[in-house]
Design a protein around this ligand. Structure first.
Ligand code: BJW
Length: 243
C-alpha cells in the first residue's frame, strides 16, 4: 500500500498537507487527546477558551508558560524534516498545521500556515497587534502591552474564529490540490477536520498517516497506520532520521 501511495505523491502536481499534534509526538510534545494527552490532565474550558482567560489570565499564562518550557526542549523529528523536503519537490505546496510549537518552521518548512496560532507569539487584547513573546519573568505575568491592555498568547482557543488569511489559504489549497496528506490529527476539531474531506470531494487523493483510526479513516483513499516519524520518510523517500 505504501508503494502505491508513494507513487501518488511523486506524481502529484499540487500537494496540501494537514498536520496535528501527532506529528510532534515523537519530538516529545504532548498531544491533546488519547493516552497522556493534555485534555486527559487539564480541562480545556479552564485553559483554552476566551472565558477562561477572562476569569483567570494568570492561570492561563502559567499553563502556556509550562508548555513553552516543554516545547523549548523539543526538536523537529524525521516527520517534520520529511515534510520540509517534500515542499521543495512539489510545484504547488502548502503545509497547513494545527500545531503551535513552531517545529515545522524549525525543520525548514516555509510554505506554511498555522491555523491555531503560535505559542512563541503574543497578541494585545485591545489592539490585536501580534508580536514575539516578551522576555518576562513569571512574577510579571500576565504581561501587558505598551497600551496598558493585557497580552494573551497568540493562540486560537475554542469558540474563537481562525485567522482569516490562514484559513483562506488552507481552503484554497484543499480545493485545488490533487494530493492531500493528513498526518497525526484526531480530525475532531473544526474547521481543520473538514479540509481533507473537502479535498476528497474535489477529487484529490487523500492519504492519512496515524497509528490509530480516526473518524475520517474510512473516508480517505489510503490510511497508513503507524508513526509519522517512521511512515513519512518511507512514503516521501527521505532517509530516516535525516535533518
Ligand atoms: C500520531 C503519533 C505519531 C500520536 N505519528 N500520529 C460546540 C461548542 C463550541 C464550539 C464548537 C462546538 N462544536 C464544534 C465547535 C467548534 C470547535 C470544535 O471543533 N470542537 C470540537 C472539539 C467538537 N472548534 C472551534 O471552536 C474552532 N473555532 C471555530 O470553529 O470557530 C467558529 C465557531 C465558533 C463557535 C462555535 C462554532 C463555530 C477553534 C478550535 C481551536 C482549537 N484549539 C486547540 C487548543 C489551542 C492550541 C493550544 O493551546 O495548543 O488546538 S484544541 C487542540 O485540538 C489544539 C489542536 O490544534 C486541536 C487539534 O488536535 P490534534 O492536533 O488533532 O491533536 P489530538 O491530540 O486530538 O490528536 C493527535 C493524533 O495524533 C491522534 O489521532 C493520535 O493517534 C495521533 N498520533 N502519535 C502520527 N507518532
Amino acid at each position: 500500500m505504501i508503494t502505491e501511495a508513494a507513487k501518488r505523491v511523486r506524481e502529484a502536481r499540487a500537494i496540501a498537507v494537514l498536520t496535528g499534534a501527532g506529528v510532534s509526538a515523537e519530538s516529545g510534545v504532548p498531544t491533546f487527546r488519547g493516552e497522556g494527552g493534555l485534555w486527559r490532565q487539564f480541562r480545556a474550558e479552564d485553559l483554552a477558551t476566551p472565558g477562561a482567560f477572562a476569569r483567570d489570565p494568570r492561570l492561563v499564562w502559567e499553563w502556556y508558560d509550562w508548555r513553552r518550557q516543554k516545547i523549548a526542549a523539543c526538536h523537529p523529528n524525521p516527520a517534520h524534516h520529511a515534510l520540509a523536503a517534500l515542499e521543495s519537490q512539489a510545484a504547488e505546496f502548502l503545509l497547513i498545521t494545527q500545531n503551535i510549537d513552531d517545529l515545522h518552521r524549525k525543520a525548514g518548512s516555509r510554505r506554511l500556515v498555522e491555523l491555531h496560532g503560535n505559542i512563541w507569539r503574543v497578541r494585545c487584547t485591545r489592539e490585536a497587534t501580534v508580536s514575539a513573546l516578551p522576555d518576562v519573568p513569571l512574577r510579571e505575568i500576565p504581561p501587558r502591552c505598551g497600551c496598558g491592555a493585557l497580552l494573551r498568547p497568540d493562540i486560537v482557543w475554542f469558540g474563537e474564529t481562525l485567522p482569516a488569511e490562514a484559513l483562506d489559504r488552507a481552503f484554497r489549497a484543499a480545493d485545488t490540490c490533487d494530493l492531500f496528506l493528513v498526518v497525526g490529527t484526531s480530525a475532531l476539531v473544526q474547521p481543520a477536520a473538514s479540509l481533507p474531506l473537502m479535498a476528497k470531494r474535489r477529487g484529490a487523493t487523500v492519504i492519512e498517516v496515524n497509528p490509530d483510526p480516526t473518524p475520517i479513516s474510512h473516508l480517505v483513499g489510503v490510511s497508513l497506520q503507524g508513526k509519522a516519524g517512521e511512515i513519512l520518510p518511507a512514503l516521501l523517500g527521505t532517509p530516516p532520521g535525516s535533518p
